[in-house]
Design a protein around this ligand. Sequence first.
Ligand code: CP
Ligand code: NVA
Length: 307
Amino acid sequence: MPNKCDFITLADYNRDEIDHLLDLAKTMKAQVKEGIFEPRLKNKVLGLVFHKPSLRTRLSFEVGMYQLGGNAVYITDKEIGFGKRESIYDIGHVMSRFLDGIMIRTFDQNDVVQLAKASSIPIINGLTDQTHPCQVLSDLLSISEKGVPLDGIKVAYLGDGNNMVHSWLNACRAYDIDFWFAGPEGYDPNTDLVEAIQMEGRGQARITRSAEEAVAGAHVIYTDTWTSMGQEEEAAKRREVFPPYQLNAKLLAKADSKCLVMHCLPAHRGEEITDEVMDGPNSIVFDQAENRLHAQKAILVHAMSNR
Ligand code: CP
Ligand code: NVA
């Protein structure tokens, strides 16, 4: 199996490598704004495998491939039957004969790892139950381009200790981020990962039950849905325990007036975030959405241009 550049978790990438991806994303974003589209992936084809719905991830990878002079093929688990119609081992070998790379969004992170082992082409994780590294890479870009340094900042994360939180924690390995997770008991992120960051990370990770404590002095306040894809049956139960962590005007008033409000989207307005905050002056949520395109293009060029 030739060496290949998978993008499965930010934990696999060191500081210099993430900085390189961010620089590449900034360069290509500036080029797009000037109408320059370098065909860095001419004739390359990316497979897009979705086992869950998507707006931003699909658009960013599909439009990204077109802008880079390549193409994308969208396929869902209905056709593939991951591990049911066919083994992951066989799927990886077959897809490697057609494609130059695969972006996959699925449930179990281990399936992505298995697919990467079975494939000779780069595998990009477009979200699993455990992580969402593409989103956090874009988020780092969004923060940085607002002139906020990635070192020495406090990030407050409100809500569920989900895939987004795990990828943020992985970002704390590389950057000196003081990461505060605030959520209800029973919904903490993976505590092994939190401890690993506390021990080895360039940044810090803390868990609190107080949204007010988390947002105090924060440069970034981040939230996400209380019910992630695949957890829909728990939605009613979750709506009972998460309201103290809603990002609303009252809570925002306790934060620094210049803090950035972020959300990976899709948002459930009126649940984890209110309209006035999401549409307010601190919010950069739609910049974040746009930056998915530029950051994902950087991953694509990094992973696929030397194949
Ligand atoms: N933020 C994000 O990944 O959006 P989609 O689920 O729409 O792709
Ligand atoms: N935590 C959310 C993120 C969506 C981009 C989910 O997994 O559904």
